[in-house]
Design a protein. Structure first.
Length: 250
């Protein structure tokens, strides 16, 4: 699992619409952007919509040019509304709800139940079984550092969005202080949540420099190797991020 996972490991043949949800600060946007890029680079036709109406600092629209240069269709507000902290849901998004064969739609959804409300208006347009809703689990975030906390977050997101969570996405990190044990803590928590709910662990996101650590060989799930691309406006991007922005694979 510690070589780059194949597209078939990460997404299945029936996956055509994936919405990524979770608590605020869990790393949904970083995962959404990296996932889109890696799937596109492996030949999948990808389109991504920015549904984050909560956080003005970490939005997938920040990586629009990078994704577009990799053939990804990016649906975000344009012009004066591009960086507005407003609940803008574009009409083009409805066209993404039923993608053409061979196309995958990814929705980067805002944090907590507040952000998940953006999905509620789509519920009548999508039948059960026609979507994947992946809940991000980050054991280092408040309120979701226990099974009870993750289950409470799941219930609040499902109530707000009117969709049911279908899978778990592990992204346990402490930004630059992340260690293999940090990742394993999230993996163990997700295993416990999976045992409680019956939900599969669809993906484990790990920073590229840690992904080959011996300690992580116990992880029995597809690995998404992350390069940090999302940085707040007051931060200077790291060299690895700049390399990716310039089109150079690390």
């Amino acid at each position: 699992m510690h070589a780059d996972s194949d597209v078939g490991d990460i997404v299945r043949s029936g996956d055509r619409l994936i919405a990524i949800v979770g608590n605020y600060g869990s790393g949904k946007t970083e995962v959404s952007v990296n996932l889109s890029l890696q799937l596109a680079r492996r030949g999948l036709h990808v389109q991504i919509a920015d549904l984050d109406i909560v956080n003005p600092y970490f939005r997938c629209r920040e990586a629009s040019l990078l994704m577009q240069s990799n053939g990804i269709r990016v649906v975000v507000p344009h012009g004066a509304h591009a960086w507005a902290d407003l609940p803008i849901i574009l009409p083009e998004i409805r066209g993404m709800l039923h993608p053409a064969p061979g196309t995958l739609s990814i929705f980067d959804v805002g944090g907590d139940d507040v952000g998940a409300r953006a999905l509620a208006s789509f519920r009548t347009s999508i039948a059960d079984g026609d979507y994947q809703l992946w809940q991000v689990i980050n054991a280092k975030r408040p309120f979701t550092d226990s099974v009870a906390g993750c289950l409470a977050m799941q219930r609040s997101i499902e109530t707000a969005s009117r969709f049911s969570v279908t899978g778990l996405l592990v992204n346990s990190h402490l930004i630059d202080q992340t260690t293999p044990e940090t990742v394993l803590e999230g993996w163990r928590l997700a295993q416990a949540v999976s045992a409680e709910t019956g939900l599969p662990i669809r993906l484990v996101a790990v920073m590229d420099e840690l992904a080959d650590a011996t300690e992580l060989r116990v992880i029995d799930a597809p690995i998404l190797r992350l390069t940090r691309l999302m940085t707040p406006p007051w931060s200077v991007p790291r060299p690895r991020s700049l390399a990716r922005l310039q089109g150079v694979r690390p």
